[in-house]
Design a protein around this ligand. Structure first.
Ligand code: B1M
Length: 209
């Protein structure tokens, strides 16, 4: 088994104590950080499929998520740039009712590496909180809203409507597994990205940088 395959297997099995060391070993062996990340994302897909089939339950999903988060910590310096040029501030969060944060954290990391200062509101963020944070923090140019559940897509819509209705001069980017470009356009978001890497590109584009 290659190092990358081993990382995937251990994330799937939720071995959070082993994953950081294995990620470091894979990096030391010359595996590309993007390939290691892709393997961890694949592992979470397998976990999701097993959950759908009733083969595993919420605690196992949570344990796998923790293992992935530990692995991402080790990968972070290799994936993100130094973020030294500030293009402005980006407020980011997962929308109300939604507790998924791995994708949001990756998106935050990549937008930061594109040159934004990040204000991370965490998960289960009510629409008004995005607006408050955009008002309270200096130089906010972008608000990024993540949603992972079909049941929280209306919360995504509400977040975009509330931010747009606030009169703030900020752009809004949305994404997350159930979100489509069509849905993003329909709810009035300024940009959509299917993954963290694209989110960083779109973040710059949408503010005209
Ligand atoms: Co949940 N969960 N979960 N879960 N969970 C999914 C999403 C699910 C698809 C699993 C399944 O059934 N196959 C399913 C949703 C089904 C649906 O809505 N159609 C599901 C469910 C049902 C649930 C619960 C309802 C289960 C229950 O309690 N019965 C519950 C809901 C809790 C809540 O939020 N209120 C729940 C709970 C959990 C845990 C807490 C146990 C845990 C999350 C822990 C955490 O995040 N800290 C969890 C996990 C781990 C998953 C899966 C297995 C993995 C998610 C993940 O981290 N993926 C997931 C199955 C899956 O995704 N295949 C699942 C890896 C991550 C890198 O990908 O988050 O998609 P992702 O992010 C991507 C893109 O989406 C995009 O970029 C990222 C990568 O490049 N992206 C953006 C994300 N945000 C973006 C924002 C952008 C742009 C791009 O711009 C702003």
């Amino acid at each position: 088994m290659s190092k990358v395959e081993d990382v995937k297997a251990k994330v799937e099995a939720g071995k959070s104590k082993l994953v950081p060391g294995l990620v470091q070993e894979a990096l030391d062996a010359g595996d590309a950080p993007q390939a290691i990340l892709a393997a961890m994302i694949d592992a979470m897909s397998v976990v999701g499929e097993k959950f759908s089939k009733g083969e595993i339950f919420v605690p196992e999903m949570l344990i796998a998520a923790k293992a992935m988060a530990k692995g991402v910590e080790v990968l972070k310096p290799s994936l993100a740039g130094d973020g030294s040029t500030s293009l402005g501030t980006c407020v980011i969060g997962t929308v109300a009712g939604d507790l998924h944060d791995i994708g949001k954290n990756l998106v935050s990391m990549m937008i930061e590496s594109a040159g934004f200062d990040m204000v991370d509101l965490g998960v289960d963020v009510p629409a008004e909180k995005f607006v408050e944070a955009a008002k309270e923090n200096a130089n906010v140019k972008l608000v990024a809203c993540s949603g992972l559940l079909t049941t929280t897509m209306p919360a995504l819509k509400e977040a975009v409507a509330t931010i747009k209705g606030s009169g703030l001069d900020v752009k809004v980017i949305v994404g997350g597994a159930p979100v489509t470009p069509e849905y993003a356009a329909e709810i009035g978001a300024d940009a959509y990205a299917p993954d963290a890497g694209t989110a960083a590109v779109k973040a710059k584009e949408v503010i005209g940088a």
